[in-house]
Design a protein around this ligand. Structure first.
Ligand code: ATP
Ligand code: MG
Length: 450
């Protein structure tokens, strides 16, 4: 993409309404525009990041064997009356009436609808296990929408639902989700720690929230510092293997890590003092086993091997796709702007032309642009007739992890400059070597998608 033809409405001033870095930077970098409280347009740069996150989520869900579908945003109130949640959900539920005076709602989540799809189409235990998911906009009329896309009213969520014959099978689905989430967040350059969370009236310890540590997080968390040393990395997991998935869950949940809802002072005190941590975190996902809570009242049953009908065991599993954009920025920025992890960056590399209109500089930039694009990279080429300082400031603000600077002096020695946004360090390389180097840098990112 040539910057002269792109739509990147960056702001010079720091918007006063934004209280935290990610919100400020998303506004300044021209990623979003607020349309009303907690409701945003995603401008091209923001939309690109959102789409990358969505793609990673899709790839990892499908790797785990989960099947995508798409349910609507508007739902009939009748379904929610069946589960009892139409009244129970309260003011966060946006209720709508159509022209025939039928009660509808803008879905804040989809347990009822997916259960309805299941009961109308699945009859036998032979069709299980089954996990269906979608990535769809949700609406929750939050009392205090704030922090930009972190707590919106309209937000994009991946929500997946497993259907299993037995509790054990459903717990395997739970573990499968935990494993796939670990992979998902790491691909985004995030450490999201599974923490035991509140399961509400259902009881048990079958829910975990995934938290990204950040001072601006809304949740208070307590953990054993050893947990932050764990990495999922590039392991190959057989998602059908009960033992393998269980082993990952055991590894990642064996140390103390809880949100304030389930925090237990006595258990916390057992950890050696130097490893006890109290911090704040951003919830970027949650997994849940809830058994027959919806299948029973809604009649989602299958004929089991014994010929008897039984309600299926279910769980639901969410990832905050749009919140992740903010969470990633909270964890990756400095005073100049955003620093995108390579896995989610809107463009893999930026090219800064220091002397637009100089024939040799222009053609060197064009050649780099072509070669990098041919390698599967998305390139943002700043071909505007602007001062170098302004071009650097824009690149720093929008946070592309790598920048190539091309100027007449360097070119005389067949050199361009490759700069890391994260470390600030630069290297002089020939244009051919820059292409090679970036190919190596991004190889793991492209491999992770396979
Ligand atoms: P919270 O406690 O932050 O209100 P939640 O526990 O009610 O979230 P879930 O029902 O678990 O949310 O939804 C799954 C994921 O969707 C959450 O982990 C979070 O990342 C994201 N999410 C929830 N509410 C919002 C919101 N208002 N804006 C943006 N993302 C949200
Ligand atoms: Mg939650």
């Amino acid at each position: 993409m040539r910057l002269s033809r792109y739509f990147l409405p960056v702001l010079k001033e720091t918007p006063s309404e934004a209280q935290i870095a990610s919100h400020r930077l998303m506004l300044r970098a021209g990623m979003i525009k607020q349309q009303s409280a907690g409701i945003y347009s995603w401008l091209p740069l923001g939309f690109k990041v959102l789409s990358r996150i969505e793609q990673i989520v899709n790839e990892e869900q499908q790797r785990a064997g989960h099947i995508p579908l798409l349910m609507p945003t508007l739902q009939s109130a009748d379904l929610w009356r069946e589960s009892g949640r139409y009244d129970a959900y309260g003011d966060e539920l946006l209720r709508v009436t159509d022209r025939h005076k039928r009660d509808m709602l803008y879905g804040p989540t989809n347990e009822e609808m997916i259960t309805d799809i299941f009961r109308s189409n699945v009859n036998s235990y032979k069709d299980l296990p089954l996990t269906l998911y979608h990535i769809q906009w949700k609406f929750r009329d939050e009392i205090r929408p704030r922090f930009g896309v972190m707590r919106g009213r309209e937000f994009l969520m991946k929500d997946g639902y497993n259907f299993d014959l037995t509790k054990d099978a459903a717990l395997h689905a739970y573990n499968r989700h935990l494993v796939s989430y670990l992979r998902t967040y790491e691909r985004m350059g995030l450490q999201a720690i599974p923490m035991r969370a509140d399961s509400g009236p259902i009881g048990g310890d079958d829910t975990h929230e995934f938290l990204v540590l950040a001072d601006t997080g809304e949740s208070e968390v307590f953990y054993d510092s050893e947990i932050t040393d764990l990495r999922f990395g590039n392991r190959h997991i057989d998602y059908d293997s009960v033992e393998e998935c269980q082993a990952v869950l055991d590894e990642f949940t064996s140390r103390y890590a809880r949100t304030d809802e389930t925090h237990d002072e006595a258990a916390f005190a057992q950890i050696p003092e130097e490893r006890r941590r109290t911090a704040r975190g951003i919830e970027v996902g949650q997994i849940f086993y809830f058994g027959t809570k919806y299948s029973e009242p809604m009649g989602a049953t299958v004929v089991g091997p014994d010929g008897q009908r039984t309600p299926v065991h279910m769980g639901s599993h969410g990832i905050g796709v749009s919140r992740l954009v903010g969470a990633i920025i909270e964890a990756n920025h400095d005073d100049k702007g955003i620093i995108w992890p390579e896995g989610v960056t809107p463009f893999h590399v930026g090219i800064v032309n220091l002397k637009q209109g100089d024939a040799s500089v222009d053609s060197a930039c064009e050649a780099l642009y072509r070669e990098l694009t041919a390698q599967g990279m998305e390139v943002l080429y700043d071909d505007r007739d602007e001062r170098a300082g302004a071009k650097f400031a824009t690149m720093d603000l929008i946070g592309l992890p790598w920048r190539i600077t091309v100027g007449p002096r360097g070119l005389q020695a067949n050199k361009v400059e490759l700069t890391s946004r994260r470390s600030g360090e630069s290297e002089e390389l020939s244009p051919a070597d820059v292409v090679l180097r970036l190919g190596q840098i991004y190889q793991p990112v492209f491999d992770a998608a396979k």
